[in-house]
Design a protein around this ligand. Structure first.
Ligand code: XUL
Ligand code: MN
Length: 345
């Protein structure tokens, strides 16, 4: 059955434009102002970091965290928005410099696990059962620094503690091959899914595929999505684009390679992605050159391109595709796909 789609993004997608070489170029938009933009832009779901929902949570008691999360829940309800997932932001604290779950230091590792359990509590208050783990610093700068086999046990143990903390929680692993670390331990969706089967409840451990992360790993994002779908473990996506092997660019969906974007929409739609409530999530950055008053254009563009590509996918003549595949005339199939993309089908 074709997919039914609703869209989401995280508040960090509306940002000040700082980069490693220059300061912010746009003012900070208060969280409540960002929330007010979601529906106007055609989005229903919010992807949170734990501290997007509860800033400064490290300095708060559990009761204070719960109260702050309840206030966000009321704000979401009043805007008619849903929390899609909450992700523990483990990469900024000095205790996670050398990794959280895979840190060589037990106290620092414990901090990462405790923070993840708090994140699950916040998610529950936001009526949300999905936790995303982008394993930002679970890697190394030099491979001698950690035991790469032991690291797998440590990651599994951390996920098991999260599963045990809440019987309803689902853990989505978002792989990325590098950045901020030189080499990450969970670089692809195959690694993420492999890890899921080592946990105590594989049915509650799935994945989020980000287009740019797959491209950085030298892989095709639609194949990564298809692989996760075959395991029934694609529970969210971060659609975006990436111009070659460089820093993680988070460009607007389809902006570099429209055909590659088309294939992602094809795979999602043909596999009924979205029919179990999964969101089409974006992880996109506005160009630094973009002025503040138009700094959500990249979000509108990405959604527009997804829906336009969906029209192309759904407008294709399947019998024609089948016959070209049967004849093995892939050259003709290719040009017919290109013609459809150019509106000349
Ligand atoms: C980092 C990245 C993050 C995660 C959420 O590259 O993609 O934004 O998606 O923590
Ligand atoms: Mn992402």
């Amino acid at each position: 059955m074709p997919g039914t789609f609703r869209f989401s993004f995280g508040p960090w997608n509306i940002h000040e434009g700082a980069d490693p070489f220059g300061p912010p170029v746009r003012p900070t938009l208060p969280f409540a102002d960002k929330l007010a933009l979601y529906k106007k832009l055609g989005f229903d779901g919010i992807q949170f970091h734990d501290d997007d929902a509860v800033p400064e949570l490290n300095d708060m008691s559990s009761a204070e965290i719960e109260k702050a999360a309840q206030a966000i829940r009321r704000l979401l309800d009043s805007e008619g928005l849903l929390a899609e997932f909450v992700a523990p932001r483990l990469w900024e604290d000095p205790r996670t410099i050398d990794g959280g779950y895979t840190s060589n230091n037990e106290a620092e590792r414990q901090y990462a696990i405790d923070r993840s359990l708090q994140c699950i509590d916040i998610a529950k208050t936001l009526n949300c059962d999905k936790i995303v783990l982008w394993l930002a610093r679970e890697g190394t700068y030099i491979r001698e620094a950690k035991d790469a086999t032991r690291v797998v046990d440590k990651l599994v143990d951390a996920v098991n503690q999260m599963l045990a903390h809440d019987p309803d929680v689902k853990i989505l692993i978002e792989p990325k091959p590098n950045e901020p670390m030189d080499l990450a331990y969970i670089p692809t969706i195959g690694h993420a899914i492999g890890l899921s089967y080592l946990t105590n409840d594989p049915a509650r451990v799935g994945s989020l595929v980000e287009s740019a992360h797959a491209i950085l790993a030298g892989l095709d994002p639609s194949d990564e999505m298809a692989y996760a779908l075959a395991h029934k473990k694609l529970w969210s996506v971060h659609l975006n684009d990436q111009n070659g092997l460089k820093f993680d660019q988070d460009k607007a969906f389809g902006s570099v390679d429209l055909r590659r974007a088309f294939m992602q929409v094809w795979v999602l739609d043909r596999n009924g992605y979205g029919n179990d409530g999964e969101f089409v999530g974006l992880d996109v950055k506005a160009m630094r050159t973009q002025k503040a008053e138009v700094a959500t254009q990249h979000l509108a563009n990405s959604r527009e391109i997804f829906l336009a590509l969906l029209d192309v996918v759904r407008g294709l003549d399947q019998a024609r595709i089948d016959s070209l595949i049967a004849e093995r005339n892939y050259e003709l199939l290719e040009v017919e796909i290109l013609r459809a993309l150019l509106g000349r089908g």
